[in-house]
Design a protein around this ligand. Structure first.
Ligand code: MF3
Ligand code: CO
Length: 291
């Protein structure tokens, strides 16, 4: 079967190298895993070095936009000002904010405050005040390549309970990241995230999660954080996906704003936090591309 690719013909990944010296052993390993019943990544989820280099450039812009927000964010600022900063920084660097007009999303960034879980609309009516926590979720298209990451910000003095939620959620991402290695499983990441959140008395939103990213905004696989070790998709070098759990202080249930169909908040009104990083699976382990 493998012969049909031609051992001496160029590899499917676009590297320009011969198949036998590039992804032939990789394909054999994938075939074994599939035969053993695992979910395996298709070729289109495997990025080559040239693509990774372009995605990296997109990540530089995305992080610059978040850095600009970090430098400016303060009590009294509106979330619309955050939108302006992200739009201005991204476009000045030659990028396009990926959320803008994405399935009709009307802003350049998602700003989700306190009980908002995700997809919050920037607004000149939302003034950040001392004690708020906010997720700023930034995504960039540069030369057609996508990046996506988000950070939490504490506005002034925040209650110890909210501060702990923000810190534990970051730890969840770090613990998930530690699990990312070639020939591991996406479920290893999910279980590490879930275990840490639950050990701290929090819940993880089960039905909104991470995703492959790079050549498109949202690619396969869907990355859930309530999955189990040894399950879900096999991880292979060249895959890029986000780790972005939404961790709630109370219950996992959430409601969608019916007026705009986008903004998602916790049903119980308790705070929610999220951090998002973009990670590349490498031959040796992993590399964080965007945070
Ligand atoms: N940045 C979000 C994510 O992490 C996507 C938001 S879709 C948007 O996947 F349209 F709201 F931007
Ligand atoms: Co994302």
């Amino acid at each position: 079967m493998l012969e049909k690719f031609g051992r001496n013909l160029p590899c499917w990944c676009g590297s320009g190298r011969k198949y036998k010296a590039c992804h032939m052993a990789f394909d054999e390993r994938i075939a074994q895993a599939r035969a053993a019943g695992h979910i395996v990544p298709g070729h289109k989820l495997i990025k080559n070095d040239a693509q990774i280099a372009k995605i990296r450039e997109s990540c530089v812009v995305n992080m610059a936009a978040l850095d600009a927000v970090a430098a400016a964010i303060r009590p009294g600022m509106t979330t619309k000002e955050i939108d302006d900063i992200v739009y201005g920084t991204t476009t000045a660097m030659g990028g396009i904010p990926a959320p803008l007009n994405y399935h009709g999303f009307p802003y350049s960034v998602c700003t989700s405050v306190n009980e908002q879980v995700c997809h919050g609309f920037p607004s000149d009516q939302v003034v950040l005040k001392e004690g708020d926590i906010i997720n700023v979720d930034c995504s960039t298209i540069l030369d057609g390549y996508f990046s996506d990451s988000s950070r939490m910000f504490c506005i002034g003095e925040v209650s110890p309970e909210k501060k702990r939620l923000v810190e534990v959620t970051k730890e969840c991402v770090e613990l998930g990241l530690e699990q990312v290695k070639p020939w591991g499983f996406l479920g290893d990441v999910g279980q590490a995230v879930h275990d840490h959140a639950r050990a701290n008395g929090y819940s993880v939103v089960p039905d909104i999660g991470g995703h492959g990213v790079g050549l498109e905004f949202h690619e396969d696989p869907f990355v859930s954080y309530v999955t189990r070790r040894g399950e879900e998709m096999l991880l292979a070098p060249g895959m890029i996906f986000t780790i972005e759990p939404m961790v709630n202080m109370g219950g996992a249930a959430h409601v969608t704003n019916r007026a705009n169909g986008w903004e998602i908040s916790t049903r119980d009104g308790l705070p929610s936090a999220q951090w998002e990083i973009m990670v590349l699976v490498t031959e040796e382990g992993h590399e964080v591309l965007c945070w």
